[in-house]
Write a protein of this length. Structure first.
Length: 157
């Protein structure tokens, strides 16, 4: 009889060990799955942050391009105005009025081009700033969620 109790106890131990091993394997698989999910979320968050940074830099580049284009147009406008007012300066009948008209023209054109450049620069900076702020606003809830997942993983160990 003692021999059969020993066998039963040994079989019970083997079965318990097999059940424990299976449970550990399942737990390890779940931990790996959760780690991969967290890694995937972290990658998504970093990718989104990178995309926002790139978009913000692109907004700045567009504003700079508008600024450079405005300078180019202003230069062309100034060249045409210089030629036109030079011709008017050559004629005695239009010499006096041409000088006054040129002053007004140059002041108005300078103000318009300056305002346009200032507005485009402000809009580009505002868009870039808004994109960067979205980054910090969206990041806080995701970090809190990732921390909750990490705590639950630590509890399961």
């Amino acid at each position: 009889m003692q021999f059969s109790w020993e066998i039963a106890l040994a079989l019970g131990g083997v079965v318990s060990a097999l059940i424990g091993i299976r449970w550990l394997r399942n737990a390890e698989a779940e931990v790996r799955s959760l780690r991969l999910a967290v890694l995937g979320k972290r990658t998504d968050v970093r990718g989104a942050a990178l995309n926002r940074t790139i978009a913000a830099e692109n907004a700045k580049l567009v504003a700079k391009g508008i600024d450079q284009g405005t300078l180019f147009l202003q230069g062309g406008h100034r060249l045409i105005a210089d030629v036109t007012f030079a011709i008017l300066q050559l004629m005695p009948s239009t010499r006096e009025s041409a000088a006054a008209a040129r002053e007004r023209h140059d002041a108005i054109a300078g103000n318009i081009y300056g305002a346009f450049r200032g507005i485009s620069q402000h809009v580009g900076e505002k868009i870039a700033e808004d994109l960067q702020q979205q980054k910090t606003q969206k990041r806080a809830p995701r970090l809190a969620r990732a921390r909750r997942i990490a705590k639950s993983l630590k509890r399961r160990r």
